[in-house]
Design a protein around this ligand. Structure first.
Ligand code: THU
Length: 161
């Protein structure tokens, strides 16, 4: 029997948004703005994502729902598939996510679903360079990971195929 420590990945927790580097605050603001384009008449939960590319370009995405529920897509995958389709040769440096209820103005803590984590990990593996992930983790806390790997331990990847 052997007890192991999983992956030596680190993340930073901030007790106020102001503690974050200025460019991270700006990326979070893009993610919040992206919530405005959310199409979420079924959940009324608006999610916005901002992706910073190596060129400095910021790509936004928001959740897009559908009356056939599983046909909808989360904001993270909307944004990342847009990057893959339109900027296939650009490196992704950072992803920030924000969320709120449609009828409220306050932004909420949010963590990505398992499928989005899988897609973020593939984006990272594809470019062979870590992607920072920024999210609100509590009423007064934000988390920035150095890589998306920490979000999905024991993940499935192409090495299994
Ligand atoms: N959603 C996202 O877009 N990203 C997340 O990180 C969590 C969940 C969406 C999916 C659905 O449109 C709504 O939020 C409620 O689950």
């Amino acid at each position: 029997m052997l007890t192991k420590t999983l992956k030596n990945e680190s993340y930073t927790e901030y007790q106020s948004e102001k503690e974050l580097p200025q460019e991270d605050i700006e990326l979070l603001q893009h993610a919040r703005d992206a919530c405005k384009s959310s199409y979420s008449p079924y959940s009324n939960f608006q999610v916005g994502v901002a992706v910073r590319l190596g060129s400095g370009k910021i790509v936004r995405g928001s959740n897009q729902e559908n009356a056939a529920y599983p046909s909808g897509l989360c904001a993270e995958r909307v944004a990342l598939f847009h990057v893959g389709s339109n900027y296939p040769n650009e490196k992704i440096l950072q992803i920030a996510v924000a969320a709120k209820r449609a009828e409220e103005s306050e932004f909420l803590p949010v963590t990505p679903c398992g499928s989005c984590r899988q897609v973020m990990l593939e984006s990272e593996n594809k470019q062979d360079q870590p992607i920072e992930f920024i999210m609100r983790s509590g009423k007064n806390s934000w988390i920035k990971t150095q890589s998306c790997k920490i979000l999905l331990p024991f993940s499935f990847d192409a090495s299994s195929l």
